[in-house]
Design a binder for this molecule. Structure first.
Ligand code: F6R
Length: 369
């Protein structure tokens, strides 16, 4: 059942290239355009959308945070992302021109279900991104884009997260395509890159032995911090969540720009800090800023674990441990940057003697509010 792996989580991490490829399958046509016919919301309706609101919990919420960067960049439609458990209790502003995207692996998460019911009552259109055919959330939505990760058994979400990202990118690009934006050329180029991305995920998986070794060496630590910027910020949050739930360690993710506003006070001698470095191409200003952050925390004794693109030499002198990821378009980087963090958390949990597939106190699908 576990296909030769010790844990479902290891198997599911390894299945990610296929999960990503399967989620793209049949959705990019020969001319390089997206064909999301299953999204039964008519293009005319999508052209009228003036706000996107994403609701989700946990890991799916992190996928939503990343989607915001993609949706706003490629469509210029404002996008909010909210924890499903908070959403309906604050009287959110919704109407017929609001597109609500509910992201859920199981399709049964009660908080997300209640949020989408509330949204529909207010007249908003709801698109579900879901991994479980025929589950409640897609059944109660106006439309659904299924992720094709296959069954996810381990409680900690891995391959479902990567496919949620793919689905979010598809929706963002599709909205851009339908509405027509000034980013038409970029959208076409990114669709081409997305079609290749499962190869890059595979490449990351092939280079994970040093990450496992590093994780084992940190088994006695109490705290690990994660820093990121732009789409690397939600990746940092996801890395921290994986470590909490699997290794039962104190782990926190921060936006690197916030360091100086408080969290830098936490830095002490030999504290492991994982930094997700944005591409030096594209938004290179952010790259420079995060390099300064790495220098600052290292000067205060932190042990820096740096995740950086291949060819990024600037970070080398400041990285106590350097984890390389392939070059991707800026917005797609989370698809490769998250993988080492999953491997890291899984290995740390194992080294600490924890039950990887069934962490304490957690259930795979949370059907109570
Ligand atoms: C974390 C994890 C949870 C789920 C969350 C939402 O690894 O698995 O945070 O992501 O409970 O679950 P779904 O996606 O089923 O709605």
């Amino acid at each position: 059942e576990k296909g030769g792996y010790d844990y479902f989580m290891l198997k599911e991490i390894a299945e990610q290239p296929k999960a990503v490829a399967d989620t793209l399958l049949g959705r990019i046509d020969a001319s390089g355009s997206l064909t999301l016919d299953e999204v039964r919301i008519a293009p005319e309706v999508l052209r009228e959308v003036d706000k996107v609101v994403i609701v989700a919990c946990g890991t799916a919420f992190h996928a939503g945070l990343i989607a915001k960067y993609a949706i706003e960049h490629w469509t210029r439609v404002p996008c909010e992302v909210e924890l499903a458990s908070e959403f309906r209790y604050r009287d959110p502003i919704l109407d017929q021109q609001t597109l609500v995207i509910a992201i859920s692996q199981s399709g049964e998460t009660m908080d997300t279900l209640m949020a989408l019911r509330h949204a529909r009552e207010q007249g908003a259109k709801v698109l579900a991104i879901c991994n479980t055919n025929g589950s409640t959330i897609p059944r109660e939505s106006d439309a659904v884009l299924y992720t094709h990760a296959g069954p996810e058994v381990a409680v900690a979400s891995t391959k479902a997260f990567l496919t949620q990202l793919v689905a979010c990118y598809l929706v963002a690009l599709y909205l851009g395509q339908v509405r027509g934006t000034k980013w038409g050329d970029e959208i076409r180029a990114v669709i081409r890159d997305l079609a290749q991305i499962s190869g890059e995920v595979e490449q990351v998986l092939e280079t994970m032995e040093p990450v496992r070794e590093l994780a084992r060496s940190l088994a006695g630590k109490n705290t690990v911090l994660f820093l990121g910027r732009h789409v690397g910020y939600p990746v940092a949050l996801e890395g921290a969540l994986k470590l909490k739930e699997l290794a039962y360690m104190h782990a926190e993710g921060f936006a690197a720009g916030e360091l100086k506003h408080g969290p830098i006070a936490l830095i002490e001698e030999d504290l492991p800090v994982v930094v997700v470095v944005p591409s030096p191409r594209g938004r290179s200003v952010l790259h420079d800023k995060i390099v300064s952050n790495i220098q600052e925390i290292r000067a205060r004794g932190a042990r820096t674990i740096v995740i950086a693109e291949e060819g990024d030499e600037v970070v080398e002198p400041y990285a106590d441990h350097l984890i390389r990821i392939p070059v991707t378009p800026v917005l797609l980087q989370p698809l490769v940057a998250t993988v080492p963090l999953q491997v890291f958390a899984c290995e740390l949990a194992t080294a600490r003697g924890n039950e990887v597939d069934q962490p304490r106190n957690l259930a795979k699908s949370v059907t109570v509010e």
